[in-house]
Design a protein around this ligand. Structure first.
Ligand SMILES: C[S@@+](CC[C@H](N)C(=O)[O-])C[C@H]1O[C@@H](n2cnc3c(N)ncnc32)[C@H](O)[C@@H]1O
Length: 284
């Protein structure tokens, strides 16, 4: 049975308040296809009964979080969009490493990392092309709201279909082992990454000063005010020489004038203006 307007409104308000996910009218099919199977797994006779149970709970708890988890879009792949990784290899990492040569420390944040392909791509790129990082403190912080995808990311065991998407054959051979049907990321790659749960719209933990922030294909689901807040918070953690990476359909334009686009090869990345200039431009 199709979802009622009242149930759809309830779910879209929940998704918005808990995860900033915007579900506009027309997305009823998405709610039905994502929450229907979950309702069944949870033992409810129908999606309506599942939503009714959510309404009955006094406060947001496990059942709501599992619903939000199921509503997230987790599409990702290794070396997604290719050009940002080329820009990292050819221009950005050499420049950042020069800046950080004194401290010998490199810190990268992969925000909304989904099932881990992005942070693993970063780690493999570092191992493959920047052997001078041996002896540095390198850390890739990888976060996501969804416990399900974080668990998969931590395991780092991918199907043939998943490794066929974006992963060069030489990387597969060098950085994975075949275990049964799965391709498993080797420990030398895993040890560069720390996976942690984090909801971008709730209060943030203290983050270390960051050289690079990749927050790709997640803000596309958020409203304008949420995007502005997140960009401002990122600016506060990004080192002066740092770079911000967004998804190809995303931009800082009209959201945060302190972030300026820079083109490297075929990739557009963003740098933050110094604070004095940002204030002048009206960003706080
Ligand atoms: C489409 S995936 C993007 C994955 C990866 N960044 C990429 O570009 O391939 C979006 C991810 O954002 C996560 N997400 C959605 N809302 C979030 C929020 N409020 N806080 C943190 N992560 C969120 C989802 O769980 C999902 O894994």
């Amino acid at each position: 049975m199709a979802i009622t307007k009242a149930d759809f409104d309830y779910i879209s308000q929940l998704a918005h308040s808990e995860a900033a996910i915007v579900l506009e009218p027309g997305k009823e099919y998405l709610v039905e296809t994502r929450l229907g199977p979950l309702a069944q797994r949870e033992g409810f006779a129908s999606l309506a009964a599942f939503i009714q149970q959510m309404r009955l709970e006094v406060r947001v708890n496990g059942i709501h979080h599992r619903a939000i988890d199921a509503l997230t879009t987790n599409e990702t792949l290794f070396f997604r969009d290719f050009h940002p990784f080329e820009a990292l290899r050819r221009f950005i990492l050499p420049e950042v490493l020069e800046q950080r040569g004194g401290a010998r420390r490199l810190t990268i944040w992969s925000a909304a990392c989904s099932t881990g392909q992005e942070p693993y791509s970063l780690a493999m790129l570092l191992l493959e092309h920047f052997p001078q990082l041996a002896g540095w403190t390198v850390s890739i912080l990888a976060t996501d709201l969804s416990p399900t995808v974080l668990q998969a990311a931590r395991e780092g065991a991918y199907t043939q279909f998943e490794v066929n998407r974006g992963l060069p054959a030489n990387y597969l051979v060098k950085y994975f082992t075949k275990e049964g049907e799965k391709w498993c990321v080797k420990d030398e790659v895993k040890k560069l990454i720390e996976f942690r749960p984090m909801n971008l719209i709730q209060s943030w933990p203290v983050l270390p000063p960051l050289d690079l922030v990749l927050i790709r294909n997640v803000m596309i689901y958020f409203d304008v005010e949420t995007k502005k807040t997140i960009l401002r918070k990122i600016r506060n953690c990004l080192l002066p020489h740092g770079y911000l990476f967004l998804g190809t359909a995303e931009t800082t334009t009209n959201l945060d004038p302190a972030f300026q686009p820079v083109t490297h090869g075929k990739a557009v990345v963003y740098r933050a203006l110094p604070p004095a200039l940002s204030t002048f431009l009206g960003s706080s």
